[in-house]
Design a protein around this ligand. Structure first.
Ligand code: NDP
Ligand code: GDP
Length: 314
């Protein structure tokens, strides 16, 4: 089996590459060759075949599709930071929305039998219309990121219905790991807790501490992506733990783990607040549990503790 992963060098792409290589797949990854290389998440995977390309460039996507001749395509590449999407809304739309359309079209032209996974997101629920959120919950995105991802989500469904493609969307809730980008809140908190406990940083500046997130481990969530493409029929699934915790609770747990009182070190600043906030996310993963026999293995506290342990060693 051959797989193509866009965003192979990101958090999820690296764990998914590991999983597929363990299963004996030949794995191709699209990567954007920047002036400063960003391959550190996959440098330990010499078997991963990295091909240069960009989701804003149809020619490069077509060339990669022809070269890799994939049985499965996982579209994980994205401008994935919600806050930046207000600064670069057009680029976010180009990569996350039109980029997905470009991949779908390359599959239609060159690999029509390849199965397709789209990285949809709980951010599409935004101002939530129902608690907990499930596959049938109405969408109400609250950021250019969420709006772009919703376009990609519906375009995936449209290609499934129009061209009979085996195309599935995973509506994934937040998932974290030691490979999470440093500007995301869990990684930022874990890094700060470790550094402050070792006297290498003196404070942690955050934005809104009230939002609640349903967080899981990226390793558990990439397993769900693979399971979706092993089903006879394509479908859309919520992947979540069903538990939610505020940012303040996450800060408290992390600082307690390094024996510090967070109130002595945390300051809030407008700089990290958003023009529109997503206040509460909590998913109902019943469908994935029933149809995919998927269960998360990590608890939220184990995830945060693993992230701190890794920072401590560094
Ligand atoms: P990351 O930000 O860690 O990885 C994103 C990847 O996309 C990187 O490899 C990045 O490469 C690549 N990329 C960015 N821009 C482009 C471009 N123009 N062309 C090609 N590749 C590009 O994200 P995650 O691994 O955390 O997430 C994977 C996917 O899942 C994303 O689509 C994200 O939006 C979605 N998602 C994530 C959730 C989470 O909680 N982690 C929740 C729900 C959905 P480079 O570094 O070279 O720019
Ligand atoms: P998101 O859920 O994909 O936007 O993931 P983030 O980790 O970026 O943000 C999760 C939540 O933490 C959001 O509600 C943010 O407003 C909140 N938050 C509070 N302070 C910060 C901060 O300093 N950085 C980030 N990234 N988020 C913060």
């Amino acid at each position: 089996m051959r797989a193509l992963i866009t965003g192979a060098t990101g958090q999820d792409g690296s764990y998914l590459s590991e999983l597929l290589l363990q299963k004996g797949y030949e794995v191709y990854g699209m990567f954007t060759q920047r002036a400063t290389p960003s391959t550190r998440n996959v440098d330990h995977l010499p078997e991963l075949k990295l091909l240069k390309g960009d989701l804003t460039d149809q020619g490069s996507i077509d060339a990669i599709m022809k070269e890799s001749e994939p049985d499965e395509v996982y579209n994980l590449g994205a401008q994935s930071f919600v806050k930046s999407s207000w600064d670069i809304p057009e680029y976010t739309g180009n990569v996350n929305a039109l980029g997905t359309l470009r991949v779908l079209d390359a599959i239609r032209k060159y690999s029509p039998y390849a199965r397709f996974y789209q990285a949809s997101t709980s951010e599409m629920f935004g101002q939530v219309q129902e608690v907990p959120q499930k596959e049938t919950t109405m969408f109400y995105p609250r950021s250019p990121y969420g709006v772009a991802k919703l376009y990609a989500h519906w375009m995936t469904i449209n290609y499934r219905e129009s061209f009979g493609m085996h195309a599935s969307c995973g509506i994934l809730f937040n998932h974290e790991s030691p490979r999470r980008g440093e500007h995301f809140v869990t990684r930022k908190i874990a890094l700060a807790a470790a550094r402050i406990s070792q006297k290498k940083q003196h404070e942690l500046v955050l934005g809104n501490l009230d939002p609640q997130r349903d967080i899981g481990h990226a390793k558990d969530y990439v397993r769900a992506m693979w399971l979706m493409l092993q089903q006879d029929d394509p479908d859309d699934y919520v992947i979540a733990t069903g538990e939610t915790h505020s940012i303040e609770e996450m800060v408290q747990v992390c600082f307690e783990y390094v024996n510090l009182d967070w109130k002595d070190y945390v300051r809030q600043d407008e700089e990290f607040m958003r023009p529109a906030e997503v206040n509460l996310l909590v998913g109902d993963p019943s469908k994935a549990k029933e149809k995919l026999s998927w269960e998360p293995e990590y608890t939220w506290k184990e995830i945060l503790q693993e992230m701190i342990d890794v920072e401590m060693k560094k």
